[in-house]
Write a protein that binds this ligand. Structure first.
Ligand code: URA
Length: 237
């Protein structure tokens, strides 16, 4: 079995992230620094990451959790500045969970956690085209032309964005709110798209991942997903 697949099965991170850990020399197999591309035998090889020997059976029950992340909470395991992190919500659970993607500190809403590396990989990798829907509140009026620019794709410093769906536009006196649906997951992508068309983001909340909606969870609340909900995200049902 490929080393990165084994690591993902043990709940370390997505396969892609595990490849990075291997490349960075953070993983050993039987005491030797592992090389990218190597295969291991889970029954006989001893794999260590971050000073811990990996065990597959420890996380044999795969779970996916949905959190309604509040603004001001950092999407990571720890924060050098001592701010509240998403991992703080799950300290008492017997799972080694990690974020399925991230929301920036100012963004609220639907964030998933899992110990299933394959699930995380599929949700995060743009090739699976699992859409993420946000409700954005921006300053001023979003014009028809600006909405079209978002739909078409805008040029950011890391390249052109894929076409986005922009719907439910509601123009207020001094601001506009609308839904924007994208399937890429670049850093602060929605905020940067809104910057690129000349507006400021006043509030950003992720309201859906694939078919899964945030309904029913107050800010700071979380719950386990059902098998149907997990399959629904992956199969687009
Ligand atoms: N786009 C952003 O700007 N921030 C997020 O957290 C997610 C998408």
């Amino acid at each position: 079995m490929r080393l990165q697949k084994y690591m993902a099965d043990c709940g370390i991170a997505s396969r892609r992230k595990c490849e990075e850990y291997i490349e960075q020399g953070l993983v050993t197999v039987n005491g030797e620094v592992a090389l990218l591309g190597m295969s291991i035998d889970p029954d006989t090889d001893r794999v260590e990451y971050d000073g811990e020997v990996l065990k597959k059976d420890r996380n044999s029950e795969k779970v996916v959790i949905m959190l309604n992340k509040p603004r001001g909470v950092v999407s990571s395991c720890s924060d050098p500045q001592g701010r509240r992190t998403t991992a703080d919500y799950f300290r008492d659970l017997p799972y080694r969970l990690y974020n399925v993607g991230r929301l920036d500190i100012d963004t609220e809403g639907l964030l998933l956690f899992t110990n299933d590396g394959d699930f995380a990989y599929k949700v995060m990798h743009p090739s699976f085209e699992i859409h993420k829907t946000y409700r954005a509140l921006i300053d001023g009026e979003l014009t028809h032309e600006q909405a079209e620019r978002l739909r078409h794709g805008v040029m950011l410093d890391d390249g052109m964005t894929s076409p986005a769906a922009v719907e439910g536009i509601s123009v207020g006196e001094n601001d506009t709110s609308f839904y924007i649906r994208i399937h890429e997951g670049r850093n602060r992508q929605v905020r940067r798209m809104i910057d690129a068309i000349g507006h400021k983001t006043l509030r950003l909340r992720r309201v859906a991942v694939g078919q899964l909606k945030l309904y029913g969870l107050h800010t700071g609340e979380w719950r386990f997903l059902t098998r149907e909900e997990i399959d629904g995200i992956l199969n687009g049902k």
